[in-house]
Every structure is written in C-alpha cells, then in structure tokens.
Design a protein around this ligand. Structure first.
Ligand code: ADP
Length: 462
C-alpha cells in the first residue's frame, strides 16, 4: 500500500471510530431517558395505588360490591391507568375497564425491576399492550388484590415512538454525515494525489509537468504556489545553463589561446632538434622547455575535455548509441602498446551498451594510462563482464596501490597523491575527474578498490 493511501485510510478509520463512539453515547442516552421515564411512571402508579387503597378500604369493609364497581366506574374514561380488584381466590370483584379478561395478570418485570433495558421494553410491546402490577391488600383478615395497569399507548408506545423518531433522525444524520465526509475525502484525495504525482515528476527534473489546479478548496492555493515556484525554477535553470555555457565557452577560448603559442613553441623546439643545433646546457634547457610545454599542453587538453563533458551534461546532448565494449577496450589498449607493461583483455561475451563511444574510449584510456604511469605493474587486466542487465568494465593493475586515505579524494579535480611524481609523469590531476564526469554523463557508476603493493582495481558499472 502506498504511503499516501495509508494516510487516507488512517483518517477514514479515525472518523468511523468517532462516529461509532458518537452512536454508542447516543444509545446510552436514549436508554437512560427511557429508564427515567419509567421511574416516573412507577412513582405515579404507586401514588395511584395508595389513592385506590385509601378509597376502597371502607367499601370492602362493608363488602359493598356495587359501591366498589361504582368507584371503579369513576375511572372508566381514564386512558392512562386502569385497575381491577380481585378477592382472595383471584375472582374479579370490580374493574375500571370493561374489555379485559377475567383473570388476574402476572406482574410485569419492567415495573418491578429497578433497571430497564430498551430491549425489555421492545420485547414487551410485541407481546402485550399494557404493563401490569398487582399488590395484595389485607382488610379485616381478608385478602384482596389490586391490579393496576398502565396503557401501552401512554407508556411504551409513546416512549418507543419517541425513540424510533430519534433513531430514524439520527440514522438519516449519520448517513448524510458519512456521505458528506466521504465526498470531502474523495475530492481532496483525488486533487491531493494528482498534485503529489505532479510534484514528484517536477522533483525528478521534469519541470514541464502540467499541474492540475483544483477550482477551489484547500489545495487551490498550494497548487498555484507550486506552479509559480516551477516557473521561477525554470527561469533560474535557463539562466544558470546560459551562465554555464558562457563559462564553458570562456574556458574553451582561453585553452585554445594557450594551446596556440604552445604549438608554436613546440614547432620551434622540433626545428632546433631536427637541425641538432642545441648542445650542452642549451640542450638541457631545451628539454626542460619541451617537458613544460607538453605539461601545459596536456593541462589545456584536460581542461578542454572537462568543459566539453560539462557542456554535454548540461545540454543533455549525450549522443548515446549502441557501442561494443570489447571494441572500445581493444582501441584503448592499442594506444598503450609498446610500453613496459602487458595489457590483457578478458571478456566473457561481446557486450553492447548505449554510450558515447569517444567519451568511453577517453575514460578507459585515462584509467589505463594511470595504471601504466603510476602503478609500476608489469601486467594490467581489462575485464569485461555482464551480470543481469549491468555490464562491468574493470581495469585492474598489480602495482603499488593507493593508500586508503587518498581513495575518497582521487576523483577530485587537481588532486594528486605525489605532486612531484605526478609532474614528472606529466599528470595534471584531472584524469580521474574526467573519468568520473564521463561516468556521470552516462548515469553509470564507478568504484575503486586498492591495496598497498597489491594493486588497484577501477570498476565501471553501466
Ligand atoms: P593525473 O591526471 O595527474 O594522472 P589522476 O586524476 O588521473 O591524475 O589521478 C590522481 C592520482 O591518483 C594520481 O596522482 C596518482 O597518484 C593516483 N593514481 C591514479 N591511478 C592510479 C593507479 N592505477 N595506481 C596508483 N596510483 C594511481
């Protein structure tokens, strides 16, 4: 699951938990309301019972059933309460309502219990339409029963109806709330995801990515700000690449200007050498001049190479094409033949990969000439292999190696381990920096491993 999907899922779960908590609290309140309503009813039943007891005691003492019925008839229009009086054998003596059976009803647990659940009430309303409570009455050693019933219409029905209405209203609110929340979430999620996708594309360098701006809402301002930022970034990058171009052109012009007099000096030296006119001290001076001009020439060429690679990197004119790695390696080896070193080419198969052939040749040549110049190894291996989709070019020597502390710096511009030795070998300190830049231009990787007096291995991973 994507991070952002988990984010939205977490929020939705939290909202649903809050809704469930809200439902639970509401139900608890409904049940509490229901309980307090019934407690009130029970109190009323008790008062009513006391009134009846007080009124019928003298009548029962007289055993006057007609008067008893007359007293009951006074309540025949009461739609909330009804009562009946039974003798000790539970035979009906008098009743305030006519349409009831002759038998005495069992006590309803709802009226005798102190706590009532909503479920008890619902259960009752399905099987009966009134709540009854019976109490014993002892008069002159005779037992009587008073059965009081509360009409369902007044107790349960009204209670249940009120509850039903509350629940229906609550349900409708809940559905509307859920739909509303889902709508908000989905609309924000869609805009947010599309914005996030665009920002990721932009951060990957695709500044022309179109950003969908939501018409209104939270993300409208944010999307506008991102568009503004991207436009500013594009202008800055254009300016920077223009500056980079000027800088490269400037370096190229200077190096060309340096190379022209150097070429002239070199030609003059060659002429003197051909004519064999320099002898003794003059010959020594001429050799020094020759060596120094060659060094300057090499430096100018390296600077020129670096600036050209930089230009290619920024303008992305990489001109990559399928290149046979073996052929490029053979060509690089050819440049180093005739030196006091044997160069072996070891390959498992012919590997073709997309590359800039000239630059790759320059990179392998630089690594080879370093191995020849600095390692003092009499053998160098160039190993070409492939694993999965990655081809590897390894240049391995068995020479003096490089100290651990130098390894992190050898790809830096103008970094040399032993300045005087480097000068003596005609090095500028730019060779490995050129290699690194060529590798970066291809989006490849280069690693170096070295052990003192065992040798050094440079590996290019395509
Ligand atoms: P340069 O252009 O002067 O040859 P590089 O940037 O190519 O400089 O190399 C930097 C330093 O790394 C050199 O001064 C050299 O001492 C060291 N070096 C590079 N390759 C090797 C190698 N194969 N064995 C030993 N030392 C090396």
């Amino acid at each position: 699951m994507k991070k952002r999907d988990k984010f939205w899922l977490d929020r939705i779960i939290w909202i649903f938990l809050v809704i469930i908590l809200f439902i639970a609290v509401s139900f608890y309140n409904i049940i509490e309301l229901n309980g307090s309503y019934l407690t009130e009813e029970k109190a009323e039943v008790n008062i009513f019972k006391k009134q009846i007891e007080w009124a019928i005691t003298p009548i029962l003492k007289k055993q006057n059933i007609i008067e008893l019925q007359k007293y009951c008839d006074d309540f025949k229009d009461d739609r909330e309460f009804a009562f009946r009086i039974f003798d000790k054998n539970k035979n009906l003596l008098a009743s305030s309502s006519k349409n009831r059976s002759l038998e005495i009803a069992d006590d309803d647990s709802i009226l005798s219990k102190t706590k009532h659940s909503l479920w008890d009430l619902y259960k009752h309303s399905f099987k009966d339409n009134s709540l009854e409570q019976t109490t014993e009455l002892n008069i002159d050693n005779s037992k009587y029963y008073i059965e009081i019933s509360i009409s369902e219409e007044f107790v349960i029905k009204s209670l249940i109806n009120a509850q039903k209405n509350i629940i229906i209203l609550f349900g409708i609110c809940l559905i509307l709330l859920t739909l509303f929340i889902c709508h908000i979430f989905l609309s924000i999620k869609k805009s947010f995801n599309s914005l996030e996708d665009s920002v990721i594309q932009i951060s990957n360098g695709r500044l022309d990515t179109e950003i969908e701006i939501p018409k209104n809402g939270l993300l409208h301002e944010l999307a506008l700000a991102i568009v503004k930022m991207t436009n500013k970034l594009k202008i800055q990058i254009k300016r920077l690449s223009k500056l980079e171009q000027y800088k490269t052109e400037f370096i190229q012009n200077i190096t060309h200007e340096i190379k022209t007099p150097i070429t002239a000096i070199n030609s003059a030296i060659e002429l003197i050498e051909i004519k064999n006119e320099a002898v003794g001290i003059n010959k020594e001076c001429l050799d020094i001049i020759n060596f120094q001009t060659n060094s300057i020439n090499k430096l100018a060429e390296d600077i020129l190479a670096l600036s050209e690679i930089d230009l290619k990197k920024t303008e992305e004119i990489k001109t990559l094409a399928p290149v046979n790695l073996t052929k490029i390696a053979q060509q690089a080896i050819k440049y180093h033949l005739g030196l006091n070193c044997k160069i072996n080419l070891i390959k498992t198969e012919d590997i073709t990969t997309d590359a800039n052939a000239d630059l790759l040749l320059m990179a392998i040549s630089n690594l080879l000439s370093n191995a020849v110049k600095y390692s003092k190894s009499d053998k160098i291996d160039v190993i070409i292999s492939k694993e999965k989709n990655t081809a590897t070019i390894e240049i391995k020597d068995y020479g003096i190696g490089i100290k651990k502390e130098h390894l992190p710096h050898i790809f830096e511009r103008f970094y040399t381990i032993d300045k005087s030795r480097s000068k003596e070998k005609g090095g500028s300190g730019l060779g490995l920096s050129i290699v690194k830049n060529i590798i970066e231009l291809h989006n490849w990787n280069i690693t170096v491993e070295s052990k003192l007096n065992k040798g050094t291995s440079f590996k290019i991973y395509t």
